[in-house]
Design a protein around this ligand. Sequence first.
Ligand SMILES: Cc1cc2nc3c(=O)[nH]c(=O)nc-3n(C[C@H](O)[C@H](O)[C@H](O)COP(=O)(O)OP(=O)(O)OC[C@H]3O[C@@H](n4cnc5c(N)ncnc54)[C@H](O)[C@@H]3O)c2cc1C
Ligand code: SF4
Length: 257
Amino acid sequence: MMDDEPFMFHALVGAYINAGLLDPLEVCRAVEDAWRAGGVPINAAEGFIRQIIGWREYVRGIYFREGPDYTSRNVLKHDRDLPPLYWGAKTWMNCLSQAVGQTKREAYAHHIQRLMVTGNFALLAGVDPHQVHEWYLEVYADAYEWVEAPNVIGMSQFADGGIIASKPYISSGNYIDKMSTYCKGCSYKVRDKTGKDACPFNLLYWHFMDRHRDRFSQNPRMGQMYATWDRMDEAKRKTVLAEADAFLEKMEAGETV
Ligand SMILES: Cc1cc2nc3c(=O)[nH]c(=O)nc-3n(C[C@H](O)[C@H](O)[C@H](O)COP(=O)(O)OP(=O)(O)OC[C@H]3O[C@@H](n4cnc5c(N)ncnc54)[C@H](O)[C@@H]3O)c2cc1C
Ligand code: SF4
């Protein structure tokens, strides 16, 4: 998700297909034809077609199978209000500031920004998934409930208890640093795990793991992370959790975080 990557082409396609202005099958056939004519490499054509007939159709099926109560599911019982930084209030977290700023300007953010920046933060911070759902529904040009809700309630917030995803999509700052240039321009330090400059994603990641231990410790895809947490010395674990709590209190009090 480097800032100079050309995301607009895809953005327009997604929004136009969802609005019914483009037929998904015709778009897939056009991409196939472009590959046959030698204009597009096989991996790009295959990836694009797979997203449309795979993910897009899959989430549509889930939405209509699960029914109208889907958008009020909240298995993790998260109940914090969506912080005002999602509506452009100042934040020291550069990744969120940039992703929200771009969203406001373009009504678009690419998948990693939605999943690993705005979605990840809301999940780690324990924000009420219905409020998160309403935010995504309002801010993105391609947002229609049938496609947005399974992505937000299911994939991003794990509020459906694992129908769409087999584990929550959470990460510390390290992943955001690997996938972007945001951390270089941030007031927080992505390498700091504790202390006044520690990246909030680093603190909240362990806070999430700790508070949902009963649900996730038996998940085969998460056992390794619990082992890492348990290997940390107790004083360090206490510091991480106390600093995460202090961060959440500050955020709830409406202070700039
Ligand atoms: C929290 C969250 C919210 C999202 N909300 C929406 C939404 O409201 N509307 C929406 O269309 N997509 C949504 N997505 C899916 C995805 O992020 C966007 O479709 C994506 O940003 C489109 O970028 P792209 O065209 O570069 O994707 P590509 O990877 O190039 O995929 C091509 C096309 O496949 C379809 N597609 C790919 N992934 C998905 C997916 N997970 N679900 C449905 N269709 C998909 C889209 O039509 C997309 O344009 C959301 C994802 C997350 C994590
Ligand atoms: S240091 Fe943390 S808060 Fe800052 S940009 Fe990186 S991931 Fe985001």
